[in-house]
Design a protein around this ligand. Structure first.
Ligand code: ARG
Length: 587
């Protein structure tokens, strides 16, 4: 149980004993930390429902609570708010429990679920861009939060490998090398094992093809035709496509690895393609497919809609499939191969309508219930102009360049702050890369997921404020405090005892981790965990400034303070791990 759950239970008991619904006992952190640690506002609503005087009712509840030795102060404020402050021993006892726990009081879900988490979506032959960056950072973090709370998660990269870009590449390559066997419809195979293109070729071919198709209708039709033929299984195209995917995938894997993002499954849109005919037959049997100008669509709008939800197009008039078709067939694949309780998509909020269509179609078709499908959207990372972030040259920013850029900036920042000096170059570079990537990831995660934010490397990289570098530095400091204390013969961390206000404040933050994790999990909001980490680092700073540690004369207090420092460090480590941030051991 988290501290708020535990307190809510006790206060709920008091409400129940007074003959009221225990739900009214819900406790939250105090709005006025100068007056109390926690508060319960339930007496007001309870009084209204029971037609009683709120203060008198609160008084009844408080009288019961006062007999509980864990509470130092139970007071009624204003019209009937119950203010709660715990005894220091009670805090210390609870701290003693969480330090014994590997997860430092991290919350466990009472109802573990199996989740397929879709948080990649990079496209073959196209570089990763900032939209993919946010999906990867937020998705990786949510995966870790789910797992820490006890859920089972299968992360799937869901490569974009089955759309029009594939036909564009095929036709573009055919212009350059028309004699390749892949284009010879009479060729019976086997096709060569060696790819006919390198990554550099792909990176050149795709923009070339896409520009040509934009400029020339005939080229666009040709590409569409090739895409449809590929999707219908033309052997030469399939063999060529496999090379495109393999070459691209190797590069994409490397980029994710640099970012510390990993997937359990490396499936793609194409993996679901074989399931499409059977799925379509099932949908047709249910009478869900309609003809619309030669295309086949599923109408997903309902009478209760407040906005217009267009039909999902299952087959275009040329027989080709759409993004919606592959997402639908991917649900069928996931349900069959993973048997999940939920499928969760971490994808740009701008695709919300697409997911609405897919979820409704899945539900109508009996493929998977809509309430088990969840789109976790996010806002865009914008440049100073308020538009999705681009490089100075105006192109999409590549992940690789992004990581180099943040590393370089971190190197400069570390030097300005007199940090990471006197280490060998390899270590300094490693620290810079960790600080740079942490700055980027923390900036992304600490931003409420659904809002847009501006890419501002100076702000992300500051050593003050709610930033990755500040937190990493706080962690390094905890470590050096403990190392110094140990070197000074201060003894080992010991049982907790709380004497100073800074200790109490730090203890309360440490004990709030369970609630932070619970909230982040239930609301799918990583920034709540970032807020907690920031409060922890700040509380540790105040504790360190206000309390002697290694040179505290009283051995019990000294041991307790070392214990508090050690617990702070461990909780920060755990949070870094949840955020997918790697911390340097020193700076
Ligand atoms: N490949 C898509 C894109 O780049 C993202 C895919 C997201 N996942 C999904 N199941 N639709 O926009």
């Amino acid at each position: 149980m988290t501290i708020l759950e535990e307190l809510s239970r006790r206060v709920g008991d008091a409400f129940a004993e007074a003959g009221l619904d225990r739900q009214y006992g819900r406790v939250k952190p105090a709005d006025r930390p100068d007056l109390a640690q926690f508060q319960c506002n339930g007496a007001l609503a309870a009084a209204k429902a029971a037609k009683q005087n709120p203060r008198a009712l609160a008084e009844k509840v408080c009288a019961r609570l006062r007999s509980d030795a864990a509470f130092k102060q139970i007071a009624i404020a204003g019209p009937g708010f119950i203010n709660i402050t715990l005894e220091d021993d009670a805090l210390a006892r609870r701290l003693g429990v969480i330090v014994e726990d590997d997860r430092l009081g991290g919350w466990q879900t009472p109802a573990p679920t199996k989740i397929v988490l879709d948080y990649g979506g990079p496209n073959v032959a196209k570089p990763l861009h900032v939209g993919h960056l946010r999906a990867a950072i937020i998705g990786e973090c949510l995966k870790r939060i789910f797992r820490c709370a006890g859920d089972t998660v299968v992360g799937d990269v869901h490569l974009g490998d089955w759309g029009l870009p594939m036909g564009q590449l095929i036709t573009e390559l055919q212009r350059e090398q028309p004699d390749l066997v892949y284009f010879d419809a009479a060729f019976k195979g086997p096709y060569p094992d060696q790819p006919p293109v390198s990554l550099t070729d792909l990176e050149r071919l795709y923009p070339q093809a896409s520009a040509a198709c934009k400029a020339d209708r005939a080229r666009a039709d040709e590409a569409r035709q090739a895409t449809a033929e590929l999707q219908q299984g033309r052997p030469g195209y399939l063999a060529l496509w496999k090379h495109f995917v393999a070459v691209s995938r190797a590069a994409i894997e490397q980029e994710y690895e640099d970012l510390g993002v990993t997937f359990d499954l490396w499936k793609g849109e194409a993996d679901a393609a074989p399931l499409i005919p059977e799925m379509a037959a099932g949908l047709a049997k249910k009478g869900l497919i309609e003809d619309s100008d030669g295309a086949q669509v599923i109408r997903v709008a309902s009478g209760e809609d407040t906005k217009k939800i267009p039909p999902l197009m299952l087959f275009k008039s040329d027989g080709g499939v759409t993004y919606g078709t592959t997402d639908l067939a991917t649900i069928v694949d996931r349900v069959r191969s993973e048997k999940p309780d939920r499928i969760i998509y971490v994808v740009d909020q701008r695709q919300a309508l697409h997911f609405e269509q897919v979820f409704r179609a899945a539900d109508l078709g009996g493929l998977f219930a809509a309430e088990r499908l969840e789109h976790i959207g996010f806002g865009t990372m914008n440049g100073n102009d308020g538009k999705p972030f681009k490089t100075r040259e105006g192109g999409v920013l590549r992940l690789r360049e992004m990581i180099d850029m943040v590393t370089e900036r971190a190197l400069a920042r570390l030097a300005e702050n007199g940090l990471a000096e006197g280490y060998d170059a390899a270590e300094t570079n490693d620290i810079a890369r960790k600080v740079g990537v942490a700055a980027l990831k923390f900036a992304d995660l600490s931003n409420p997921r659904i809002s847009d934010y501006i890419f501002d490397l100076d702000r992300f990289m500051a050593f003050e404020g709610k930033t990755g570098p500040y937190l990493l530095y706080a962690r390094v400091r905890v470590r050096s405090v403990l190392a110094k204390a140990e070197a000074a013969g201060a003894g080992a961390p010991g049982p907790m005892t709380i004497t100073a206000p800074e200790e109490r404040a730090l203890a309360l933050v440490l004990l709030g981790f369970g609630d932070a994790l619970q909230n982040a999990h239930q609301k799918r909001l990583p920034h709540l965990l970032c807020d907690h980490a920031f409060s922890l680092a700040q509380a540790f700073s105040k504790f360190y400034a206000g309390c002697r540690i290694a040179d505290e004369a009283d051995p019990a207090i000294r041991a307790s303070r070392m214990g508090l420092a050690a617990a702070s460090g461990r909780q920060l480590d755990l949070i870094f791990d949840l955020l997918g941030i790697q911390a340097p051991a020193r700076m």
